[in-house]
Design a protein around this ligand. Structure first.
Ligand code: NAD
Length: 372
């Protein structure tokens, strides 16, 4: 079986200006269609999640993986995590046609890159799926066992919570969410955790998910008001937290926003960079996505040191995202440009001067013992 999968596996490099390596992965025997993208390895080997999604076309998947991998370069640079930017997508519906063979074959493709790309879970890909991929390659992180960092979502939620505190501090003078209204779009792994953190800290919530069961469950738990997926963006609130999909901030939506700040975990929230200028003109403070949602990356980084995973170190570093965001708001104010441009400028500065570059190879702690 392994031999058959390996023989049918094809890797084809596609040259894309500004990207180090983009590889189309196919295995016709089992219907695998994937793309692995390595944007930049200035700071270390490329690390990034595997997104499994039923993209409508190869072109849409291609554009998504390019954007996501670039975001990883900036995320790693700004948090000085010592990684390059990478990402992969598997074109498949995770509910309907994700198979063990597909994951194994994808793992073989990752293995052929010999550590240039290290993969982890992402939307549509669970830590259990990563275990399947690990059967074919060691270049995986975030496994569901003691030595590994496991599910990153609670850590991403904690970083997002700290980001919400930062925008509240800047816009109201107090970082406390008590009696503030936060509108959350998307109640998945991160959005759900975030809603609970905000609830326990006194916030009033408005929530929305395309899956009404999820909205109902959180509303029952927290007393949140439920908004429809269409209305959530225009609900009156202190902070709008996009925690679902990308490109929700665009020129059509910006005039309808009814918040003083945007701070959520979703990747690629802006449709284009200049949307951040429009937000600034509208007086809406934006916590740049690749900074506020870096908790998962910081968490996984903690498993690749010599001593292995340390949740306390991860928590404490993620806690500091608040300060990182405050610095970005300051740079933006001083230069009179958007917070998004400030974050890009800071990330590019760190890339230029190799601040936070990895100096030792990552140590993988993959041994799974009988007690987990
Ligand atoms: P998830 O798939 O668990 O949850 C996404 C949720 O959004 C689902 O409940 C889905 O039903 C809902 N949704 C989709 N479209 C929607 C819409 N139009 N309106 C309202 N709800 C909608 O994903 P997740 O892991 O919670 O991640 C959420 C976002 O955060 C993604 O953009 C992801 O890339 C980003 N992110 C996640 C992590 C992490 O650690 N999980 C880290 C960094 C960034």
């Amino acid at each position: 079986m392994t031999l058959v999968l390996e023989q049918a596996l094809e890797l084809e490099e596609i040259l894309v200006p500004g990207y180090e390596k983009v590889i189309k992965v196919t295995n016709k025997e089992i219907g695998l269609k994937a793309i692995i993208c390595i944007h930049d390895t200035t700071m270390g080997p490329a690390l990034g999640g595997i997104r499994i999604y039923p993209y409508a076309s190869f072109e849409i998947a291609f554009n998504d993986v390019l954007r996501l991998s670039k975001g990883m370069t900036y995320k790693s640079a700004i948090t000085e995590s010592g990684w390059g930017g990478g990402k992969s997508v598997i074109i498949a519906d995770p509910q309907k046609n994700k198979t063990k063979e597909m994951l194994y074959s994808f793992g073989q493709a990752v293995d052929r890159l010999q550590g240039e790309y290290i993969c982890a879970e992402d939307v549509g890909c669970t830590p259990e799926d990563v275990l399947e991929i690990k059967k074919a390659t060691s270049y995986v992180v975030g496994l569901p066992h003691k030595k590994s960092s496991g599910n990153p979502s609670p850590f991403t939620a904690w970083g997002t919570y700290r980001g919400i505190q930062s925008v509240l501090k800047k816009t109201t003078g107090s970082e406390s969410p008590e009696n503030r209204t936060i509108a959350i779009q998307g109640l998945g792994s991160v959005g759900c955790e975030l809603a609970k953190l905000l609830f326990w800290n006194g916030a009033r919530l408005i929530v929305s998910d395309i899956n009404p069961v999820k909205s109902q469950a959180i509303a029952e738990f927290t007393g949140a008001k439920i908004a429809s997926p269409r209305d959530i963006l225009s609900e009156k609130c202190d902070v709008f937290a996009p925690c679902a999909i990308g490109s929700v901030i665009n020129e059509q939506m910006i005039p309808h926003l009814n918040c003083t700040a945007i701070a959520g975990c979703a990747n690629n929230q802006l449709f284009k960079d200049s949307d951040a200028d429009e937000l600034m003109a509208a007086g809406i403070l934006y916590a740049p996505d690749f900074v506020i949602n870096a908790g998962g990356l910081i968490n996984v980084t903690q498993e690749l040191g010599v001593d292995g995973y340390d949740p306390i170190a991860a928590r404490d570093k993620i806690h500091q995202l608040y300060d990182q965001l405050m610095v970005i708001y300051e740079i933006a104010e001083q230069n009179r440009f958007s917070t998004h441009r400030a974050a890009l400028a800071l990330a590019n500065y760190r890339l230029k001067y190799r601040i936070g570059k990895r100096t030792a190879p990552p140590c993988f702690h993959h041994v799974i013992t009988s007690d987990g």
